[in-house]
Structure formats: structure tokens, C-alpha cells
Write a protein that binds this ligand. Structure first.
Ligand code: SF4
Length: 331
């Protein structure tokens, strides 16, 4: 943890105008991530939410160079990651890890759990066999599993246990930043809270920064300091957890939040759900102007012609909507 010191910039990650497009045919391009700008502060958890296919996973993967961006920049600790190669790229890969969505597919069935956890150590550290065994045992302990799991194989484990191995594997190389890519969506509901609470505990212990990607808004609220909302490749709102859930300003965020069930029976009885009409348009052929225009009941001519840029509407509250102030004053 020698680099986790005071000289590092406050923002661990600065993403500017990031685009990631995929050519799907000779004539068609899928704009999975389109002009996303955001920062992630050291030590925080930034939640990233949105419906399936909104680009949140592609955004997370491009931030750690699993995909090369089509355009735009990602700076990690102040350094543009596209400029990295050789040892500096290896150092970045060590510092920026990922926990994958599917704990069934992300662990090699031919390797023991000990081999899976220590794979990254072999690349980044010069441990003796004894040091490696001790480290694996320690990591198993940290994620709540007994040492004898080191000799087992992934197929012998439950989904929750496999995801704990995914977490131990990410921690094994002593990272600063972890993309948690829908880490609970493949798990039973009863296990999801355990895994999220484990992530919170480990974040405190290892001073980690997380990007927590999920479509589960309740879980994102539980774990995140700030939350970004994506729609069809665009970041449409970004605010602190409290502000976003209590005073959402973008019509899409309002609809998402209105769909969250409450634990209080009285609140649940009076909850007014905003129903979104229509399907999410294809990111291959998104609408002109605001991407949300076809589903937004507040759309006006300007919305059909001009793409709203994300801007700071209130301190630390960013929104991409032409009419958000007007709509807030009306409500
Ligand atoms: Fe709705 Fe217009 Fe705002 Fe887009 S810019 S969310 S269409 S009001």
C-alpha cells in the first residue's frame, strides 16, 4: 500500500468526454458510451445505475482499459491511461481491478481456488511459495472463507462463495480502485446483502475506491457516496447519494427512483410510481436531440433538436436536461 499516500490527487479517476463505439456492421455503429464526463474521488464509492444496455458496464471496462476508448480520456492518478505501456501499464493494471458480474463464468474451473487467487500475485510480486500461501490464507480469511477452500475447485462452491473468491482475487494484487461490475446480480437475494456488506468492510480496511455498477437502485443507495445515472450511453445525472434519491432532477432518474419499493407499508401504499412509456431506443440509432425524448412527457421542440449537455445545476449536482430547473420549480 506504499502508493496510498497523501501526494496522490484527490480524484483517483478523471473521465473526460469518453466515447466507446462498436462497429456492428459496415454501416452501423453502436454508441455504447457517448461523451461521458465524471470524476471518482479517492476512497469513495461511485454507483452507476441504469437499465440493461445503457452502457454502464462498457463505461466501467473502458475506465480500466479492458476496452480502448474510441475517443476521450481517462486519467488515473493524474496520468492518461492511454499513454501507458510496459511496466507503467502493468502497474496500472495492478492498481485497477475488476470484480465480474458472473461468479460462475469468471473463475477457471481447472484451477484450484488457491491458484486463482495467487495468479495475479505471480505477475506483480516476487513472493516465495510460503509467502504466497500465507497471503492466500489471509485473503480467504478476509473474505470470510476457511483456509481449506484454497484446495477446492470453483464448481464445489456456491454462487456467494465464488463471488467472495472473485473479491479475494481482486484484492490479491493490492489495488487502489476496483470496478464492481454488477457483483451481486447473479446471486440469491439472501446472499446479496452479505456480499455488499463485505465490500463495504474491505473498502474501509484497504482504503479502496469503488465504481459500483448495478441496476439495483436500493443496493446502490446502500453502498454509494455518489451516484451516476446512465441512459442510452449518456450520463444524465450525477449527485450525492442523498441528493439523488431525495431530490432527483432528471425525468428518467425520477422514474427510476419512483419504482423503488419502500419498507414502510404506509409509504408503499402512497408511493406514486412514474411509469415510463415505450421501449429504450437502439443505441445503434439513437434519437436526435435528447436521448430520452421519446419517453419523456416533458419533451419540447428544443429537446428534439439539441442534445442537453450535463451541467452543474446545483453544487455537486449535475444534470443533462434542458428543462430540469423549470420542472423542479413546477413540482
Ligand atoms: Fe425530457 Fe427534454 Fe429533459 Fe430530455 S431534455 S429529459 S426530453 S425535458
Amino acid at each position: 500500500m506504499s502508493e496510498k499516500t497523501a501526494q496522490l490527487p484527490e480524484n483517483i479517476l478523471e473521465v473526460t468526454d469518453l466515447c466507446k463505439y462498436f462497429r456492428v456492421s459496415r454501416k452501423a455503429t453502436l454508441k455504447a458510451v457517448d461523451h461521458v464526463t465524471l470524476t471518482i474521488r479517492r476512497g469513495e464509492t461511485l454507483g452507476l445505475v441504469g437499465e440493461s444496455g445503457c452502457g454502464k458496464t462498457t463505461c466501467g471496462r473502458t475506465m480500466i482499459r479492458l476496452y480502448n476508448p474510441t475517443s476521450g480520456t481517462v486519467k488515473f492518478n493524474g496520468v492518461d491511461i492511454s499513454s501507458l505501456s510496459g511496466k507503467r501499464l502493468l502497474e496500472f493494471k495492478k492498481n485497477a481491478q475488476i470484480i465480474f458480474q458472473d461468479p460462475y463464468a469468471s473463475l477457471d474451473p481447472r484451477m484450484t481456488i488457491g491458484e486463482i487467487i495467487s495468479e495475479g500475485m505471480n505477475v506483480h510480486f516476487n513472493y516465495s511459495d510460503k509467502e504466497k500461501t500465507d497471503r492466500v490464507n489471509d485473503l480467504l480469511n478476509k473474505v470470510g472463507l476457511a483456509q481449506d477452500y484454497a484446495n477446492r475447485f470453483a464448481h464445489e462452491l456456491s454462487g456467494g462463495q465464488r463471488q467472495r473468491i472473485g473479491i479475494a482475487r481482486a484484492l490479491a494484487v493490492d489495488p487502489q480502485f476496483i470496478v464492481c461490475d454488477e457483483p451481486i446480480s447473479a446471486l440469491d437475494v439472501s446472499i446479496q446483502a452479505q456480499v455488499v456488506n463485505l465490500l463495504i468492510k474491505l473498502q474501509r480496511e484497504f482504503k479502496l475506491t469503488y465504481l459500483f455498477i448495478s441496476h439495483d437502485l436500493s443496493m446502490v443507495k446502500h453502498i454509494s457516496d455518489r451516484v451516476g445515472v446512465m441512459y442510452l450511453g449518456n450520463l444524465v445525472e450525477l449527485a450525492t447519494n442523498l441528493e439523488l434519491y431525495d431530490r432527483p432532477l432528471h425525468p428518467y432518474t425520477k422514474a427510476l427512483i419512483s419504482a423503488i419499493p419502500t419498507a414502510d407499508p404506509d409509504g408503499e401504499a402512497t408511493r406514486q410510481r412514474i411509469k415510463l412509456e415505450g421501449e429504450v431506443p437502439s443505441p445503434i440509432n439513437p434519437p436526435e436531440g435528447c436521448r430520452f425524448v421519446q419517453r419523456c412527457k416533458y419533451a419540447c421542440d428544443r429537446c428534439r433538436q439539441e442534445t442537453p449537455k450535463i451541467r452543474e445545476v446545483k453544487p455537486n449536482h449535475f444534470v443533462a436536461c434542458h428543462r430540469c430547473e423549470e420542472l423542479e420549480n413546477e413540482s
